[in-house]
Design a protein around this ligand. Structure first.
Ligand code: HEM
Length: 316
């Protein structure tokens, strides 16, 4: 009965208003804080490509749990994506409460915004707009990360941007997420009074400067990262789909294992196939006719496929 009264009148029998809206606001802030901090980490991990392809590869493998599972398992990444996606859905659902729901509400807001010309109100509009855009942009990205985590890597990610034409989505998503995230953090600080100090007005001015600094930093980092993946994607276009082989693996094979002396391997097609297949996943031999069963042709065929492998002279 009391629920019914509150449902109709918006107040409980004791005349109190519900605490639910405050709780929803709290959860909107908490999920937003988590996502903003997650994005900082995400941008640093993705930008590992700026150091080297090998470094980005090792970051990818780290997230696949290579330190406790032999070779790593991309499913771990899917689980992480599912968690982030769930938090995004909760955050977006809570955020929707604040959006104008019809043209009249939108018109009132725009008129108000233009009239008072207060920067924080304009920032709110940017945040609502970028949040709406991310419903679509982030979903496209996260669906791919969820269903194809094994394609993440220096070549896979670069191919996705160029050959699969994801770069326009990434560009828009980057702009949306950087503005949305840094404005969100600024608004959280103001709303909950973090860092307020003795002079709240002065703090706001400082916070706003920090906010623009953070936006600029992550936009420059993100755009440079996007450019780096695109460069690799264009260079790799002809071999799109081919997986990256870390240099350390190739060097290791070069200096220790297979090719140091011919006595270590049988000069037969099968043994070469086995050695190469063991060391290089993702490589498929095309057919017997293409490979002659001689040492020279095997050397030539392997050298053609794997740059960085050098054969040593017999007995060297
Ligand atoms: C656990 C969840 C996530 C994973 C595993 C992930 C992974 C990645 C990876 C591997 C890339 C490189 C490109 C590629 O492989 O396609 C990338 C790029 C990007 N991601 Fe995510 N991502 C996640 C969540 C998000 C979220 C929630 C957002 C924003 C709403 C986002 C925004 C971006 C943007 C903007 C880029 C392009 C970066 C740049 O151009 O510098 N990601 N992400």
């Amino acid at each position: 009965m009391s629920n019914l009264i509150e449902g109709f009148l918006g107040k409980s029998v004791e005349g109190k208003k519900s605490r639910v809206p405050a709780k929803l606001d709290y959860w909107q802030s908490a999920t937003g804080l988590f996502l903003a901090l997650f994005m900082w980490g995400h941008m640093f991990f993705v930008s590992s490509i700026l150091i080297s392809k090998d470094f980005m590869y090792s970051v990818t493998k780290m997230f696949e749990g290579v330190s406790f599972i032999n070779g790593g398992n991309p499913f771990i990444v899917s689980v992480a994506v599912a968690i982030v996606l769930t938090i995004i859905i909760i955050h977006a659902g809570l955020g929707m409460r604040k959006l104008p729901t019809n043209y009249r509400q939108y018109q009132v807001f725009r008129t108000h915004m233009k009239m008072i010309k207060h920067e924080d109100t304009t920032l709110w509009f940017i945040q609502a707009f970028t949040g709406f855009a991310m419903f679509f942009l982030a979903s496209a990205h996260l669906f791919i990360m969820l269903t194809k985590p094994e394609t993440i890597g220096p070549f896979g990610s670069a191919d996705r941007m160029v050959t699969d034409w994801m770069w326009p989505i990434y560009l828009l998503l980057l702009l949306a997420v950087e503005f949305h995230g840094s404005i969100g953090l600024y608004r959280l600080s103001v709303k909950w009074g973090w860092f307020e100090g003795d002079n709240a007005k002065e703090t706001r001015v400082k916070l706003k400067k920090v906010k623009w600094g953070i936006t600029a930093f992550f936009l420059i980092l993100g755009l440079t990262t996007l450019a780096a993946y695109m460069k690799i994607g264009f260079e790799h276009k002809a071999q799109a789909g081919q997986r990256f082989q870390p240099t350390a693996m190739i060097k290791n094979i070069d200096s220790t294992n297979s090719f140091q002396s011919l006595s270590k391997m049988d000069n037969t097609e099968t043994s070469f196939r086995t050695i190469v297949a063991r060391n290089f996943s993702g490589i498929h031999f095309q057919g017997k006719s293409k490979i002659e069963n001689t040492e020279i042709s095997f050397r030539a065929s392997v050298a053609r496929n794997f740059s960085g492998i050098h054969f040593q002279k017999k007995g060297a």
